[in-house]
Design a binder for this molecule. Structure first.
Ligand code: PHE
Length: 443
């Protein structure tokens, strides 16, 4: 139970409610969603099982787990680099994650104070623009969120947060259902289902495939060691496959519900679906502004979103903290403060990407408006996480001996294991390499 809660806390976050809808909107819906779901099923789920199994077997921070397991299995000491990559990815994602969580914090107060009541689409757009083009305000929210995260990391006690997750997930599901109910009442649910689930492959670009793949890693917190750490707390007798499946299904459910809610609101009010990172902040307030007791619902929704982001941010920075404690013998408090400070500093770059430092660039035919923020996001989830994931997959399937893997999973050598082993040994690595070659222009 503790593992399920911790892992769900790590996976369900801004990725599901903020990032998935805006990517789906940018890349035209159905085809992107399908690729994302395929990546979850054939790469994400098997990789999550592998990460949990490796973590449980190694029982150290990712870098040292890979070092020690590689030694035992007769592999190269260079596998530690995969752990190092994960630490970097966590810091990079953690930096902009905190900025966006800051937006959610700001919106929590705006919604609760009734700022969205009877507001027009234009009004909403200007509320959003005023926020993101005001670096000082963003810095304040970013700082508050980072301090919240460091406070939990420093104490290394997650029991409070585990209890929070028990309320968080049902709460989020209820709120999303309320929003979907609102969307349905406007009569646009049909169009939304069409948009999300009818793939139009002519709109499927290069960039869309890479981002769908990257987002599968991002939303499941894979390829950077977080799940490995949580796996190291898992008792031996717990079945890894079933537990991971539950976490993956929950995460996917939240994302799809968020998509249904957000797009039905967008269609009902004729708001653009391709407005990028601002999408949820420019659609949801419209619904809260029109609903009965919308201030209360809106306040609760953004509060839940902040919580979801909080439990994820902790997981993002935990690999770095664990490594500092274990390898450099730093006190936990110092390690947490140092990690948080680096991520905070880096976050300022992202924060300025929405105003002073904004520039646009083309990414595989896609116009990106937010300079280094977009670049960080693509670099982290399109490159670092898949590379980290590829390393773990290769390590599990090709470096560890089959018996050790079987033992690490604690299961029997049945059809389930064989199917999974086939996926991690062949399907996932080949798929990842093909995508990389494609992106590099080799294929
Ligand atoms: N999975 C989290 C989300 O969807 C983000 C995250 C990525 C958290 C990697 C931890 C590690 O928001």
């Amino acid at each position: 139970m503790v593992f399920i809660l911790a892992a769900t806390g790590a996976t369900v976050g801004l990725g599901n409610i903020w990032k998935f809808p805006y990517l789906a909107g940018e890349y035209g819906g159905g085809a992107f969603v399908l690729v994302y779901l395929l990546c979850i099923a054939f790469i994400g789920f098997p990789l999550m099982v592998a990460e949990v199994a490796v973590g449980r077997r190694g029982r150290l921070s990712p870098i040292n787990t890979l070092r020690s397991l590689s030694e035992i299995e007769g592999g190269s000491p260079r596998w530690v680099w995969a752990g190092g990559l994960g630490v970097l990815a966590g810091l990079l994602i953690g930096s902009f994650y905190s900025v966006i969580a800051g937006w959610a914090l700001a919106y929590m107060f705006r919604a609760a104070s009734g700022a969205f009541e009877h507001v027009t689409a234009q009004g909403i757009a200007s509320i959003f623009n005023n926020l993101i083009t005001d670096p000082e305000r963003l810095l304040a929210w970013h700082t508050i969120f980072m301090v919240m995260t460091v406070a939990v990391l420093a104490r290394g006690i997650r029991s409070g947060l585990e209890r929070a997750v028990k309320l968080l997930v049902p709460g989020l599901l209820v709120m999303l259902l309320v929003l979907i109910g609102y969307g349905a009442s406007t009569g646009y649910l049909g169009q939304t289902l069409f948009f999300l689930f009818r793939p139009d492959f002519s709109s499927l670009s290069f960039a869309a495939v890479l981002e769908a793949l990257g987002h599968a890693f991002f939303t499941l917190s894979l390829g950077m060691g977080a799940i490995m750490i949580y796996g190291s707390y898992l008792p031996r007798q717990v079945p890894i496959m079933r537990t991971s499946l539950l976490v993956v299904l929950l995460d996917t459910l939240v994302a799809l519900l968020a998509g249904l809610a957000i797009f039905s609101i967008a269609f009902a009010h004729e708001l653009p679906v391709n407005s990028g990172p601002g999408l949820i902040f420019q659609t949801l307030p419209m619904a809260f502004g029109k609903m009965q007791a919308g201030g209360v619902f809106g306040g609760i929704f953004f509060l839940l979103l902040v919580f979801a982001a909080w439990t994820s941010a902790i997981a993002l920075l935990e690999p770095a903290v664990a490594w500092l404690v274990e390898s450099l013998n730093l006190q936990r408090v110092r390690a947490a403060v140092l990690t948080g400070f680096v991520a905070w500093l880096l976050g300022i770059v992202s924060l300025l990407s929405f105003s002073q430092w904004a520039f646009s660039f083309e990414f595989a035919g896609m116009q990106k408006q937010h300079g280094l923020f977009d670049l960080f996001s693509i670099l982290a989830s399109g490159v670092l996480l898949p590379l980290g994931g590829l390393s773990v997959v290769l390590f599990t399937a090709w470096v560890m001996h089959r018996e050790s893997v079987l033992d690490a999973l604690g299961g029997a050598d049945g059809p389930g294991f064989r199917l999974w082993y086939f996926l991690v040994r062949y399907v996932a690595p080949v798929a990842l390499v093909v995508v990389f070659l494609w992106v590099l222009g080799v294929m």
